[in-house]
Write a protein that binds this ligand. Structure first.
Ligand SMILES: [Zn+2]
Length: 385
């Protein structure tokens, strides 16, 4: 039978692979029982997936005697993506396989023309693929960007601090130079998805928050980031605080980001010599009272907004990332504010408000995981046949 004639639908090769990804590793017999196909059709499906190098054998089923059956899995190890976490001051580029394991990373400054930065991301990605010996496994590029990414058009709206980074330009510039899929995702969504993968429980509802130069958050429900209708779900940085009037980079006044972001902290600590996020982090780690007090106040303000989010989405996990968000003083103040103000029934289900488990790698891991979901999506797999 010609594989091109295989029907789409629940029993297509893409769906067989999906069952294996979600439930595997498993033997051919277990997979056949799970999918409900005849033995002959299952052999055809597995042949088709094998020709595309989408399967691997990961061992054998324990047996008390006779021939031991092979355990099959989707081959997420054999494919690699170049992932890039683009921030206001830095971009981190990495090579990761599609189990979301990061193999190599390097950082660049983003304080240059966006076009130059994107070319550097591509050339650094190629270098890292060569260094890790994974050039032949390269299958996609995924970039995380601050601001909103429209789920329908893929266009991103960068913050005012990143002129030139908005529109479909990021996607189109990369796609024009590559013959692999290109994904663009909000950086806080990527962080939340990475933390969700690290949690290891597919059903966990997780709120991930990034506090770096700006403030963003992402929500993962049912194994997917929830992006909202126009891609602005989780954009808590520009929620107005009734008690504040500071001017924000978005042009309004009183936004959470204007009072509690890394940019706001740098501004307030300028007289003590702070020029970068790292300076703020250093001052807090050195225990300088002004820096500790300001970071604690920022954590408290963020926690007040998070209390509302927690009451609405009722998550099991809240993870705080980014150089400011992961500071112990910031986490403690945010945690106290959430526990003080969120709905008691929502708090009953909340297991943890903690720093990002994956630290600086959370968004990179999330981008690799999102790439795996895109590359192994049943429709994408069927389209290869
Ligand atoms: Zn604002």
């Amino acid at each position: 039978m010609d594989v091109n004639a295989l029907p789409a639908g629940p029993a297509s090769p893409g769906h067989v692979l999906e069952v294996l990804r979600r439930g595997g590793p498993m033997t051919r017999q277990e997979l056949q029982a799970r999918v409900g196909l005849s033995r002959a059709t299952m052999v055809e499906r597995l042949d088709a997936l094998g020709r595309l190098k989408l399967l691997r054998t990961v061992g054998h089923q324990a047996s008390s005697g006779g021939r031991r059956a092979e355990l099959l899995a989707a081959d997420e190890v054999g494919r690699c993506a170049v992932v890039a976490d683009i921030g206001v001051s830095h971009v981190t580029v990495a090579v990761a396989d599609l189990t979301a394991t990061v193999h190599a990373t390097r950082r660049l400054s983003t304080r240059q023309d966006p076009d130059v930065v994107l070319q550097q991301v591509l050339s650094l990605g190629r270098e890292l693929l060569a260094e890790t010996g994974r050039a032949n496994d390269f299958c996609a590029v995924a970039v995380g960007v601050p601001g909103q990414v429209d789920p329908t058009s893929g266009a991103n709206t960068a913050p005012p601090t990143m002129p030139g980074w908005s529109g479909t330009w990021v996607h189109d510039t990369l796609a024009a130079q590559l013959d692999v899929p290109v994904l663009v995702e909000n950086d806080a969504n990527a962080l939340a998805f990475g933390e969700h993968l690290a949690d290891g429980a597919p059903s966990t509802t997780l709120l991930g928050v990034k506090v770096a130069t700006g403030i963003g958050s992402g929500v993962v429900f049912g194994r997917r980031p929830y992006r909202g209708v126009t891609g602005s779900a989780g954009e808590i940085g520009h929620v107005k605080l009734a008690s504040h009037q500071e001017r924000c980079s978005c042009g309004r006044t009183g936004c959470l980001a204007a009072a509690a972001s890394g940019r706001a902290l740098i501004r307030r600590l300028r007289s003590s010599g702070a020029r970068t996020l790292l300076d703020v982090v250093r001052q807090v780690e050195q225990g300088r009272p002004e820096a500790v007090a300001l970071v604690t106040e920022a954590g408290h303000l963020l926690g007040g907004v998070l209390a509302t989010v927690v009451s609405i989405i009722n998550p099991q996990q809240v993870r705080l990332g980014g150089p400011i968000g992961a500071l112990p003083e910031f986490v403690a103040a945010a945690r106290a504010a959430v526990l003080d103000a969120a709905h008691p029934v929502a708090l009953r289900g909340l297991r943890e408000i903690a720093p990002a488990r994956l630290g600086d790698s959370a968004a990179l891991v999330g981008l690799a995981g999102l790439t795996a979901d895109a590359v192994f999506a049943p429709a994408a797999v069927n389209a290869l046949l």
